[in-house]
Design a protein around this ligand. Structure first.
Ligand code: ADP
Ligand code: ADP
Ligand code: MG
Length: 462
């Protein structure tokens, strides 16, 4: 039987997966909602099936329609991309029961890693340090207060099934706890369909370092170095790079080996990422595992020369990894900027609308992954990510210079976007020195706020 893949996603990642299928000669079918019929993934795939109305629950989260689309179009495998159903255990189980191949780990592995508390338990078993906090989901405010009294403030309240930076609340003292708990639980229910929460000690000024792994069905598991994703806004990544300017050879190997231990423990198959918080002193703690392809995978592809999505497909169709840990060499430096339809001056509020004029950069070592084009209308229903701009340089300095040039070339009229803001970060001294942590963007915004205040005060004085 010939392999054929249904791509259960939209946007840039659907386009990315279609390209990998085409290179491998595997026919592929796109799905789309009524709001997405003009998106590039619909045009690029061999076939495309509308699975419902614009709303996520009617289309990209509509399991029945997606499975029916796969079967009706003769697909034998489903690639879930990221977000949507990619970490949904029930969906993976249905896919497996329909004798379709889920391109990712087994439902068994997802049940152990998909929820953050379970994943923390597995990390402990794999002898990886975890952040101090509640062992299980919080039953009520009183229990939460008790635990925080022991671990000490500040703490974070987090959604057990959270993702995309949503559902994370900072609590500075016991007086703030009850209100934060209530808001967090409502938001978790609204965003993730599950209101369970847990608490974790807040680590001051940490670095977000994550390790890309690949595992095949024969149990071979390797790590492809790390990515630094400390440049975040609202606890979501904006800029990612590999290698991390903060990580030395010893830490790289330690985090890599820890990630492989965890993956082996759950017989992990496919591509996955183990995320860590690393504090100023270099102490590392397991944060979560994302059992799927990640947005920022291209920076790893640039520095290792390995096409991670093609590897996902090959692994899913029974091929073993063609390289061992010793074959993986990190060369040069890569940076990714997430180009979003959002307003950096208004708390990064999403700004959908029509893209009037679009010129995307190019050149040696410049890559764009995107689903947009001139006159494309951004629907208001989905994530604000429009394009990923990824550059490669022989050194970090060269990569930063290349990113600045590429951002200068970027023209996108008609909608508010973050291109200028990214350009500012590429000139920020902490970023340029490589000494930044997860507070980088907050500091830049505070600085701008302060400058504005100083200007107003001076004008009033004048
Ligand atoms: P990554 O983890 O790949 O670096 P993000 O955290 O930005 O990227 O997530 C990518 C997309 O997937 C976003 O649209 C985000 O909202 C969505 N997403 C991530 N995790 C979840 C989850 N647990 N539930 C629902 N959506 C998620
Ligand atoms: P998501 O599933 O939304 O990606 P994560 O648990 O991976 O959520 O956390 C996202 C980001 O939130 C981290 O990269 C970090 O910046 C911040 N964060 C999460 N937990 C902590 C913590 N315990 N201390 C400090 N920052 C944290
Ligand atoms: Mg995360």
């Amino acid at each position: 039987m010939q392999n054929k893949v249904l791509i259960a996603n939209r946007g840039e990642i659907a386009v990315r997966i279609i390209r990998a299928c085409k290179e491998l000669g595997i026919p592929c079918v796109a799905i789309y909602s009524k709001a997405d019929q003009d998106s590039l993934h619909v045009k690029f795939a061999d076939d495309a099936i509308c699975v419902g109305e614009a709303k996520n629950s009617d289309s990209y989260l509509n399991m029945n329609n997606i499975i029916s689309a796969a079967i009706a179009s003769g697909c034998n495998a489903i690639h879930p991309g990221y977000g949507f159903l990619s970490e949904n255990m029930k969906f993976v189980q249905i896919v497996e029961r329909c004798n379709l191949k889920f391109i990712g780990p087994s439902s068994e592995a997802i049940s152990q890693l998909g929820n953050k508390l379970m994943a923390k338990e597995m990390a402990k078993q794999a002898k990886i340090p975890v952040i101090e906090g509640s062992d299980g989901a919080l039953e009520n405010v009183k229990q939460g207060l008790n635990i925080c009294g022991k671990i000490g403030y500040p703490v974070l309240i987090k959604a057990v099934n959270g993702g995309g930076g949503k559902g994370i609340f900072l609590v500075n003292n016991e007086f703030e706890f009850a209100k934060a708990f209530e808001t967090a639980s409502m938001e978790a229910q609204a965003n993730f369909g599950d209101k369970s929460l847990y608490v974790e000690k807040y680590i001051e000024s940490p670095h977000h370092i994550e390790v890309q792994i690949l595992g095949d069905s024969a149990g071979n598991i390797v790590y492809l170095g790390e990515r630094d994703c400390s440049a975040q806004r609202r606890n979501q990544k904006l800029i990612e790079e590999s290698p991390s300017p903060f990580v030395n050879e010893v830490l790289r190997r330690t985090l890599g080996n820890a990630s492989v231990r965890l993956a082996k423990l759950v017989k992990y198959e496919g591509a996955g990422t183990v995320e860590f918080m690393v504090d100023k002193q270099g102490n590392y703690y397991f944060l979560e595992m994302n059992p799927r392809i990640q947005v920022e995978h291209p920076v790893t592809e640039f520095v290792t020369g390995i096409d991670i999505v093609k590897e996902q497909l090959k692994i899913a169709f029974g091929q073993n990894l063609s390289f061992k840990q010793n074959d993986i060499k990190i060369k040069g430096h890569s940076i990714e900027c997430r180009i979003n339809a959002e307003d950096p001056l208004n708390n990064f509020c999403p700004c959908p609308g029509e893209i009037k004029n679009l010129v995307m950069p190019g050149g040696n070592g410049v890559r764009i992954d995107s689903h947009i084009y001139s006159s494309y209308v951004i629907p208001p229903y989905y994530d604000s990510l429009l394009a990923k701009l990824i550059v490669f340089g022989n050194t970090r300095k060269e990569a930063i210079k290349k990113m600045r040039c590429a951002l200068e070339e970027f023209v996108m009229d008609g909608i508010k976007n973050n291109v200028e803001f990214l350009y500012i970060i590429m000139h920020n001294s902490d970023f340029v020195k490589g000494t930044y942590d997860t507070n980088l963007i907050k500091k830049i915004l505070d600085y701008n706020e302060n400058q504005k205040m100083i200007k107003i005060i001076n004008e009033n004085k004048g």
